[in-house]
Design a protein around this ligand. Structure first.
Ligand SMILES: Cc1cc2nc3c(=O)[nH]c(=O)nc-3n(C[C@H](O)[C@H](O)[C@H](O)COP(=O)(O)OP(=O)(O)OC[C@H]3O[C@@H](n4cnc5c(N)ncnc54)[C@H](O)[C@@H]3O)c2cc1C
Length: 329
């Protein structure tokens, strides 16, 4: 693997996860600043559709590890295979999504290779001696900026929804390099006995307008009023995780790290504090409007418009205004 920067691609059912494009954009920016080549590692089985999707990605190389042993995700097998490949062909920088899969694999790979790992980053830029990264601290209330020494192998995990404002465009076809499964790997101590996939009834990722509700709405009975507002606006309701955990809404509606990633035209956050796990799923919305009674709620850091006040008092007025707007159309 003859590239200094390596991006670990994520995919499922032949479709590339959007986090991979974000990682490629960050990688291209570092590559341009340092004069380094960028490669993508795609591991799995039956990878033709994923490789086809990456053919015009503008990276220098696609490293393809296509093996039946990787058909089902097993952290033990994946970690050992990727660590063995990296050990044979040292990179300078490995970019991984801060996803369930990336969180699980990056720590174990870094430990195998005695590499530096900085996780949960929001941005990365080249600096004289390595990289500058930003990461949330104090439960997301602040962002820290760190200088990371790039002397050895560095792994960085980047949050979802941290796409660069402008994507560097690098047309060109990557060199495609087929890799063999490394031999002599230890047998994974994990045995995968089955897989389930969520049966999603409602697809909030397709909605143009989302009325998202959080714990601040107070009572389950209030949900009906938020649903009414979403209906009048021609959008859908969405939710933070506690409401799903309490059984108020099905998991289909959950936005965030362990829910869905959305990018609607308008995201109206009602009584949502703006935890980093929630922001991970909605930060890239085009216009974010937040209503919260706490002026210091972290949601206001990403909101384009904010209203400080009691949501239960504001909602009827919003609904009334939306009705007037709908009637005027
Ligand atoms: C591994 C992991 C994964 C997670 N994944 C997700 C995820 O995918 N999605 C997610 O959302 N969370 C996720 N979480 C949970 C996350 O950390 C937060 O706990 C959660 O996002 C908080 O939800 P909330 O904002 O609705 O509630 P709270 O944090 O309790 O915030 C409620 C907000 O409502 C405001 N408020 C209260 N009353 C009113 C009122 N009358 N009017 C106006 N504002 C009011 C408060 O000021 C407060 O800011 C995850 C956590 C972990 C550890």
């Amino acid at each position: 693997m003859n590239t200094e920067i390596l991006i670990i691609a994520e995919h499922s059912n032949g479709e590339l996860d959007p986090i991979t494009s974000d990682l490629m954009a960050w990688g291209a920016q570092i590559g341009a600043a340092k004069g380094w080549k960028t490669g993508v590692l795609v591991a799995g089985a039956g990878l033709d559709p994923v490789v086809a999707a990456l053919r015009s990605s503008g990276v220098d190389a696609l490293h393809v590890l296509d093996d039946p042993a990787l058909a089902v995700y097993n952290a033990g097998t994946y970690v050992e295979a990727i660590a063995a490949l990296l050990a044979k062909a040292p990179q300078r920088l490995v970019l991984v999504g801060h996803t369930y899969l990336g969180i699980e694999m990056s720590g174990a790979i870094a430990a195998r290779l005695d590499a530096t790992l900085w996780s949960n980053c929001r941005s990365i830029a080249a600096s004289d001696h390595g990289y500058q990264v930003t990461r949330p601290i104090s439960r997301g209330a602040y962002t820290s900026a760190l200088e990371v020494d790039g002397a050895g192998l560095t792994l960085i995990t980047l949050q979802r929804g941290t796409a660069l404002p402008v994507r560097p465009s690098r047309p060109g076809s990557p060199q495609i390099i087929s890799l063999d499964m490394p031999s002599g790997l230890p047998v994974s101590p994990i045995r995968v006995t089955g897989q389930t996939s969520a049966e999603l009834g409602t697809d909030i990722t397709k909605a143009d307008i989302l009325v998202a509700v959080g714990r601040g709405i107070g009572e389950q009975e209030h949900l009906r009023e938020y649903q009414d507002l979403a209906d009048i606006l021609g959008g859908s309701i969405a939710s933070s995780r506690p409401l799903v955990d309490m059984g108020w809404l099905p998991v289909d509606y959950q936005v965030g790290l362990s829910g869905r990633t959305v990018q609607p035209r308008v995201y109206l956050a009602c009584g949502i504090s703006g935890s980093m796990q929630h922001l991970a799923g909605m930060r890239s919305s085009k216009v974010i409007i937040a209503i919260n009674e706490d002026p210091n709620a972290p949601i206001f850091e990403v909101a384009h418009y904010g209203i400080v006040g009691d949501i239960n008092a504001i909602l009827p007025e919003l609904t009334q205004a939306a009705k007037l707007g709908a009637n005027a159309r």
